[in-house]
Design a binder for this molecule. Structure first.
Ligand code: NDP
Ligand code: 2IT
Length: 452
C-alpha cells in the first residue's frame, strides 16, 4: 500500500489533469482528500468503490448564455452555470453567486464544499452551486431584474423543488431571489419551493436571513466551550459587510463580544470602540438599501478609520471571522493573526483561508472552525424552509432560532467525534472532523446505490 502522501499526490495528479486551470477546485479537493485518505485506510470499502473519486466528479455542469438589455438599450451577454455535484442524500442544494470572478473552478469548489456541509447539517440535502460572471455593482434595480429573469429563463429547466433548490450567495440576496422566483413561477405556472431565501410573504422562512452569520457565531461558541472558554468579552475582527458579516457581528455583540471591523472590496473599517446595534443597522442600510461603500462608515462615525485596499487581519483581536470571500486569509495574514494572539477563527465565508494558513493556525493551536461546518447554518435554515414549503406551513421565530442553535451544536458534535480520533495531540481537529463526518453519510448513501 502506498503511503498516505503518495496516495494524495496520485489522487491530486489525476484530478488536476481532468480539471485543468481550476485552482480553486484543486485547493478545495486537496484539503478534503488530505484528511479523507487516512480515513480510507481504516475503511477500505469506500476506497474499493472509488467513493472519493466519484464525489470529486460533478454529476453534471450546465453552462449557458444570459442575454439582457441595460438601461441604455445595449445588449449585454454573460455566462451562467449550475454545477449539480451530488444528490445521494437529497435534491441538489446550494447558492447562486453573481460576481465577475465566477467561473467553473469557483463554482466546482463551492459545490464540492457544499456536499460535506449539507451532509453535516443532518438534513436530507444534496449539493450544487451556480451563478454568473455578472457584476451587480452599479446596476439599476431594473437591470438587476432583467438579468435575473433572463438567468432564470434558462435555469428553470434544470431545477425543481425535488430536483435542485438554489438560494443566495455573494451578489444574490432577497431582491434577486424574488425576481428569480417570480420568473420561475411565470414560466412553469407552478408555485413550489424551488428556491430558498424567499420573502416571508411567499414561502420564505423566518431566521434564514440571519442564519449563516448567527450560526457561525454559535459554532464558535461551541468550539470555545469545548476548550473551556467563552466568547463574552472577546474582541473580534470580521471581514465583509454583506449578509454573513453583518449578522455575525450582530450575534457577537449579542453574546457580549466586541466586533470592531468590517470590510468590502475597497478596504476595511476599524472602530476601536466596537460596533453597537445602531452602527450595525447603519451598515445593513448602507449595503442593502443605499448600496454604498464601507469607507463611508469612517466619514460618519468619529473614532473609526478606513484602510484602503487592506483586509482587517492586522488588527489585534481574540477572534477572527472571515465573512467575505475565498482566500482572503493568506499564510502571512494567518501568521500575523497568530502573532497578535488570536485565539479562535470561525469561517463565515467559503474557503476564506488558504490551506497553508489553516495549517499555520492548527500548528499554533488556534481553535479553527472550517467553513463547511461553521457556515452551515445558512443552508440548514434553507433546509427548514424546504420542509415548511413541503408541509405548506410557517414555523415561528422562537422554534426556528432554537432549531438553528441545536443544529449548530449537533454539527459541532459530529466534527468533535471524528476530530478527536483523527486530530493531532490533544486538539480537536475540526477540519478532519468536518470532512470525515460529512463524507461518511454521503459515502454510505452512494454505497447503497451501487455503481451509478
Ligand atoms: P454578500 O454579497 O452579501 O456580501 C459579500 C461581501 O464580501 C461584501 O462585503 C463584498 O464586498 C465582499 N466581497 C465579495 N467578494 C470580494 C472580493 N473578491 N474581495 C473583497 N471583498 C469581497 O455575500 P454573503 O455575505 O452572502 O457571502 C459572503 C461569504 O459567505 C461568501 O463566501 C459566501 O459563499 C459565504 N456564505 C454565504 C451564505 C449565505 O447564506 N449568504 C451561506 C454560507 C456561506 P463588495 O460589495 O465590495 O464586493
Ligand atoms: O454557501 C452556502 O452554503 C450558501 N450560499 C447557502 C446555500 C443555501 O442553499 O442556502
Amino acid at each position: 500500500m502506498a503511503s498516505a502522501n503518495e496516495q494524495l499526490n496520485n489522487f491530486m495528479e489525476g484530478l488536476e489533469k481532468r480539471n485543468p486551470g481550476e485552482p480553486e477546485f484543486h485547493q478545495a479537493v486537496m484539503e478534503v482528500a488530505a484528511t479523507i485518505i487516512p480515513f480510507l485506510d481504516n475503511n477500505p470499502k469506500y476506497r474499493e468503490m472509488q467513493i472519493l473519486e466519484r464525489m470529486a466528479e460533478p454529476d453534471r455542469v450546465v453552462s449557458f448564455r444570459v442575454c439582457w438589455q441595460d438601461d441604455e438599450g445595449n445588449i449585454r451577454v454573460n455566462r451562467g452555470h449550475r454545477v449539480q455535484m451530488n444528490n445521494a442524500i437529497g435534491p441538489y442544494k446550494g447558492g447562486l453567486r453573481f460576481h465577475p470572478s465566477v467561473n467553473t473552478s469557483v463554482l466546482k469548489f463551492l459545490a464540492f464544499e457544499q456536499t460535506f456541509k449539507n451532509s453535516l447539517t443532518g438534513l436530507p440535502m444534496g449539493a450544487g452551486k451556480g451563478g454568473a460572471n455578472f457584476n451587480p455593482k452599479g446596476k439599476s434595480t431594473n437591470e438587476i431584474m432583467r438579468f435575473c429573469q433572463s438567468f432564470m429563463t434558462e435555469l428553470y429547466r434544470h431545477i425543481g423543488a425535488d430536483i435542485d433548490v438554489p438560494a443566495g450567495d455573494i451578489g444574490v440576496g432577497g431582491r434577486e431571489i424574488g425576481y428569480m422566483f417570480g420568473q420561475y413561477k411565470r414560466i412553469t405556472n407552478s408555485f413550489e419551493g424551488v428556491l430558498t431565501g424567499k420573502g416571508l410573504e411567499f414561502g420564505g422562512s423566518l431566521v434564514r436571513t440571519e442564519a449563516t452569520g448567527y450560526g457561525a457565531v454559535y459554532f464558535l461558541q461551541n468550539m470555545l466551550k469545548a476548550a473551556g472558554k467563552d466568547v463574552e468579552g472577546m474582541s473580534a475582527a470580521v471581514s465583509g459587510s454583506g449578509n454573513v458579516a453583518t449578522h455575525a457581528a450582530e450575534k457577537l455583540l449579542q453574546l457580549g463580544a466586541k466586533p470592531m471591523t468590517m470590510s468590502d472590496s475597497g478596504g476595511f473599517i476599524h472602530d476601536p470602540e466596537g460596533f453597537t446595534q445602531e452602527k450595525i443597522d447603519w451598515i445593513k442600510d448602507l449595503k442593502n438599501n443605499r448600496r454604498g461603500r464601507i469607507s463611508e462608515y469612517a466619514d460618519h462615525f468619529t473614532g473609526a478609520t478606513f484602510h484602503e485596499g487592506k483586509r482587517p487581519w492586522s488588527v489585534d483581536c481574540d477572534i477572527a471571522m472571515p465573512c467575505a470571500t475565498q482566500n482572503e486569509i493568506t499564510e502571512e495574514d494567518a501568521k500575523m493573526l497568530i502573532s497578535n494572539g488570536v485565539k479562535a477563527v470561525s469561517e463565515g465565508a467559503n474557503m476564506p483561508t488558504v490551506n497553508e494558513g489553516v495549517e499555520a493556525f492548527q500548528d499554533a493551536k488556534v481553535i479553527f472552525g472550517p467553513a463547511k461546518a461553521a457556515n452551515a447554518g445558512g443552508v440548514a435554515v434553507s433546509g427548514l424552509e424546504m420542509s415548511q414549503n413541503s408541509a405548506r406551513i410557517s414555523w415561528g421565530v422562537d422554534q426556528l432560532q432554537e432549531q438553528l442553535r441545536q443544529i449548530m451544536e449537533d454539527i459541532h458534535g459530529r466534527c468533535e467525534k471524528y476530530g478527536k480520533d483523527y486530530g493531532r495531540d490533544d486538539q480537536i481537529d475540526y477540519v478532519a472532523g468536518a470532512n470525515i463526518a460529512g463524507f461518511a453519510k454521503v459515502a454510505d448513501g452512494m454505497m447503497a446505490f451501487g455503481v451509478v
